[in-house]
Design a protein around this ligand. Sequence first.
Ligand code: THU
Length: 144
Amino acid sequence: MTQDSDDDRYIDEETWEKLVETASQVRKNAHVPYSSFPVGAAILTASCEVVAGCNVEIASIGATVCAERTAIGCAIAQGHRDIRALCVITDVDPPSAPCGICRQVLAEFCDNLPILLINPQGNRRFTTLDELLPMRFSGRDFVE
Ligand code: THU
C-alpha cells in the first residue's frame, strides 16, 4: 500500500506519531501475568479518532484477548466501524505482527489497512493487511 498524499486515506507523519504514542502508553496497562509479553495497539478511525487497546490475559488461557482485538472492540463500542490505520508495539526485534485471529478481525472493519509495527528500541516495520492476510475470507463471500 503506497501512501499518496492526494488520497483521502493518506495518513500524515503527525498522525502516525500519535498512534505510536498511544500504543506505547497503553502497552503499560497490559494484563500479562502469564506471558510477560505486553502489547499495545492504537487504531485510527475514519473520523480520525485514536482508540487504544492492550492485551488482557486470563488464567483460562484461551480467553486471553490480544491488544488489537481489545482496540477494535473499544472502537466498535464507541461507534467507529471503519478502521483506517493500526500501530502495534511489542518488545521484540523485529517488532511482531498481529496474530492470525486479529488479522481476520481487522479484515472485518476495513478493506485494506496500513499497519506500523514498532518496538521500544525505535525499530519500525511498515506492512498492510493485504500483505498479512492475502486472499482472505470475508463477509463478501456470502453476503450480497
Ligand atoms: N498478543 C497480542 O496482544 N497480539 C497479537 O497479535 C499476538 C499476541 C498477546 C496475546 C498474549 O497476551 C501475548 O501476546 C502472548 O501471546
